[in-house]
Design a binder for this molecule. Sequence first.
Ligand code: NOJ
Length: 977
Amino acid sequence: MRSTLGLSCNWTALLYFAAVLVCLLQPAASVKEHDFKKCHQSGFCKRNRAYADDAASQSSTWSSPYQVISDSPSFKDGQLHAMILKTINANSDTARFPVTVSFLKSGAARVTVDEERRQKKDIKLRHNSPVRKERYNEAENWVIVGGLDLDKEAQVAFWDKSQVNIKYGPDSKLEAVVKFSPFEVDFRRDGATHIKLNDRGLLNMEHWRPKVEKEKVEGRETQEGEGDNGEDDNGEDESTWWDETFGGNTDSKPRGPESVALDISFVGYDHVYGIPEHTGPMSLRQTRGGEGSYEEPYRMYNSDVFEYVLDSPMTLYGSIPFMQAHRKDSSVGVFWLNAAETWVDIVKGKDSVNPLSLGLGGKTSTHTHWISESGILDAFVLMGPTPRDLTKTYGELTGYTAMPQEFAIGYHQCRWNYISDDDVRDVDRKMDKFKIPYDVIWLDIEYTDDRKYFTWEQHSFPDPIGTGKQLESHGRKLVVIIDPHIKKIDGYSVSKEMTSQDLAVHNKDDEIYEGWCWPGSSNWIDCFNPKASEWWKTLYKYDSFKGTMENTFLWNDMNEPSVFNGPETTMPKDNIHHGHWEHRDIHNLNRLTFHNATFEALVTRKKGELRRPFVLTRSFYAGSQRLGAMWTGDNQASWDHLAASIPMILNQGISGYPFAGADVGGFFGNPEKDLMARWYQAGAFYPFFRGHAHIDSRRREPYLLGEPYTGILTAALRLRYSLLPSWYTAFFHANRDGSPIVRPMFWTHPTEEGGFAIENQMFVGSTGLLVKPIVEQDKESTDIWIPDDEVYYDYSTYQVQNTHKGKHLTVKAAIDQIPLLMRGGHIFPRRDIPRRSSAMMRFDDYTLVVAVSKGGAAEGELYADDGDTFNHEKGQYIYRKLTLAGNKLSSTDADGRDIKLTEAGSWLKAMREVYVDRVIIVGAPAAWNQKQVQIESEERTWSVKVEYHAAKKGRAAFAVVGRVGARIGEDWSIKLA
Ligand code: NOJ
């Protein structure tokens, strides 16, 4: 599109005008897509795809040139070491690649392959480059926080000249078969193969080689996506080995070609999920053409994609290279720990019917091809067998979601920009006037003095502390934005300190890199440098960042990093980071290091003030879940974008980063009122719930819409606030074992095939609340897929749904209704007094809702802590298990603890005065139709009132017990009959 326009420009003014018009009429999306590389424009991706095509075209004769030297393997203490030899050419030249297969106690296995010559630094760099000679091998230092203990019980089960079999994992149920010639690893569970590495022979570690200077072929111009040479002596396509141009930017490659690629097959698996962030379906599409398939591989290269397109494998702001495969009775996964630009091709195909294939013949398998630009090969293989096991093991490795500040799961009111102290205070007052609950108001970049972070625009924000105090009076918070680009200007102390101490990213010539972002000319902090992170901390101290106080929290944006004049709107790959690693090696990790520095800065803001940080990030990598929330960036105020947000958020959840949301209302554009209504109803079910809008969009705070819309938005917000105890409990589960906060059907019902591709309805934690937000215009009903034969009740009317497993249940949903069901068998907590903010609800009593199962039972949980400090790590929390069995409803400590009052800190002590107010039992049998019931707690017994409502016209019978008056933190029981 660009070059066409360029050509036209040179012709006549008329043509130019026509071309501009064409551009304007094109959906913005198609223009933007061309600003980003396709696989054929990315040298290493193109080469590896061609390699795969070559292999496929010679399928019967193709043999991978990688072989394990048969006497090289050794096995000890859960680790297999060996040497792989790659045959480079017909002269039998070879390159050596040490491989290690580690068997971990968690049941995961890890395969790493490095390049011997580069380990030994026995290579020459071009252009006198100062970068490191080794392949990048430090991703694990940032990403992996545990789970690496070796399974020393792992044992050799078989070993000969052609392969070695290792049994490992719980009860030695798992087995890795390492074949030598060619190198291949099969992972088996209970004797059946689930994952194969290199079975299609696409392993490709581009070994180091010196550049052989050749004369340029006369008359041949270098093309976009090409460097300066054509083919090498082995007939390989050398055109992008030594440098590569895209969008007018040339990437010098001091180490030449160095990609790492591998095919990974999921044997007998039809569905694969994960590898966010993309806008396509949750169950990933095939990528090599054909009906319903993409033409391009999924790309992971964190980028600021302006006006991103939907249903596309193109890259977005963040990436998590974790993929899980799922079928009726099994889940397995692969985590590809590589921080460089990565592409993943997916093809699915029927397995050949082979009597020896252990019953898998004729099933569909998914074949994936992972292609990264540089670094070592480092792949973790997770053998499930359930989705829950996968998220748990992945979390053991990369960390679990941090327990959030409790306010962070309330509602956030944002726009680019609230323009002054007065504006912020006015919005705050109006939210109160209209009785709309909210917790946080946000300041985008315009609060700063000329986009110099850590400063305030004095005329508009003369008194941020006064503003902060007004907010604090209702327990509310202020979030301010700080980006990683620092304005390059004289007299700005932050810039001076950063550059004079050499804490910024360098360019390829090892000088401080300069690029363009919001402030104009800028430099970028390099958080790979521990000194930079230490310095970053000093900037956030209250006496340094004046105008901030205890209720100020942070937003890190533009951290892909976004560089307006950089290649693909980011940093040149040949930039240099601390430790002399190229930006190429660490691009996708970059964000995590910056997020981490801000997180640490908030922890150390003030001596003795140990509070949980809240930092929102746009860009992310595996491990970012430990540091705060993410959102899906600059979406649009359209129904399509509303719809796309649900699978995107679900995908984040199953990929270990569940604290996710999308801009409610849509960032670009002006949503019509119905869209606003539906978006708030959906947003009330995002783990991160924030309204946000572009600077050019009209104001749209909920009270501006007018009735009935303001009322509809307020009702959605109130629903969120009443359910905060359930949301907080769901966060607790994510924190303990990695369970998604909102859960897709395949995760909760892994044996129900009908649900594997469903991506527009979700369960909230373990509450049994099943929601399907309306995401289409003028839609007043929807079909909810029912995953089991349990009873389902309508959330508001208690209507019993006439349904069964696999059925699509039609639910009415006028514009003021949210399709929300309660699954029988669950108990969930609420706080029903409407208040202004979550802080004001902190010590409110609880309502417990019991949805009685078909079998007359129910179970649930409540987790609570002070929502602010780290005292929960020292046992200062309440965690109740709620059980309905027979005629008895009871609450016991879910961790089996007996908390002594003497051990209680101030929050736990205050919670002594927090009680169970009402218990609402939906589906209560007629036997419970009585006037009073008995409560037993703390060695006392007392009676309380019951209102029993018999079943009527399809509505379930229900009983309201209360006021119960038992302390929430104590054991209690209610005898219902
Ligand atoms: C880009 C972010 O995605 C958006 O949310 C923000 O408003 C602008 N940057 C301005 O800071």
